[in-house]
Ligand binder design. Structure first.
Ligand SMILES: O=C1O[C@H](COP(=O)(O)O)[C@@H](O)[C@H](O)[C@H]1O
Length: 248
């Protein structure tokens, strides 16, 4: 089941994403003592900062101490590198929490000590170790969608779209730099209890018209929509200009 929530302003997108996260957090914590959430890099970080931290009416509802945060994909760079998805989350969210004296979540990061700057020999060890951290079912995965339709580090037409044997795959030819990354594969997405996409800006409109169009595009974001998982999109109006919502 796919649902699209669209709003004129980015601030409304952030508020709606935050409300949705809190709803799933609360429902999850009613039956277990922690909340397993995966986040993505790119533009999502700012949305999380705006919705969960800057909005003081929401801030008190986030039970950060019970969150276990995973990354739907990670670039194979040091964690303090500007390309690191953890690094971005750290800058935009974790440091803010620390500054406010709020105890942050438990974050599962790649093992930096296995990183080699120029050779890829241990990338699969990094992926294997990361896979060992994953719970059987994530409570929520927050994804972005690139202007080419990629999500996590699953790119259009790439062989990893068909990867079923591992939960975390390595990629060394990412069309978007940096080229070396690890990523969730479809088995992880399929096992998740909930998935949400956040996509904003007119630059996303052409690809979202394809993802939500009549003709099958086979774009990664469309393949996620087709999973037997509740999928909710949070977008601003420019991102869905010309999208036909009639079937959603
Ligand atoms: O490379 C990546 O891009 C996607 C999309 O990013 P966005 O800035 O267009 O929202 C992101 O979801 C992914 O985690 C990241 O590694």
């Amino acid at each position: 089941m796919v649902k699209i929530n669209h709003y004129p302003e980015s601030a409304q997108v952030a508020a709606s994403v935050a409300e949705y996260i809190i709803k799933i957090q609360d429902a999850t914590l009613a039956s277990k003592d922690h909340f397993d959430i995966a986040i993505s890099g790119g533009s999502l970080g700012k949305v999380l900062q705006a919705g969960l931290i800057n909005d003081t009416s929401v801030r008190d509802k986030v039970q950060w101490g019970k969150w276990r945060v995973y990354f739907s994909d990670e670039r194979l760079v040091p964690l303090d590198h500007e390309d690191s998805n953890y690094g971005l989350f750290n800058e935009l969210v974790l440091k803010k929490l620390a500054h406010e004296g709020i105890a942050g979540p438990t974050c599962y990061t790649i093992n930096e000590s296995l990183l080699h700057e120029t050779n890829t020999s241990t990338d699969s060890e990094i992926a294997k170790e990361y896979e060992s951290f994953l719970p059987k079912h994530l409570d929520l995965i927050l994804l972005g969608a690139g202007p080419d339709g990629h999500t996590a580090s699953l790119f259009p037409g790439h062989a990893l779209l068909k990867e079923e044997s591992v939960l975390i795959a390595t990629i060394s030819d990412s069309p978007k730099p940096p080229s070396r990354r690890i990523t969730f594969t479809f088995p992880v997405l399929r096992a998740s209890k909930n998935i949400a996409f956040v996509a904003e800006g007119a630059g996303k409109a052409p690809v979202l018209r394809e993802v939500f169009g009549e003709a099958k595009s086979n774009l990664p974001a469309e393949l996620v929509n087709e999973l037997d998982v509740p999928v909710v999109w949070f977008v601003n109006d420019p991102a869905v200009e010309g999208v036909d919502f009639s079937k959603f």
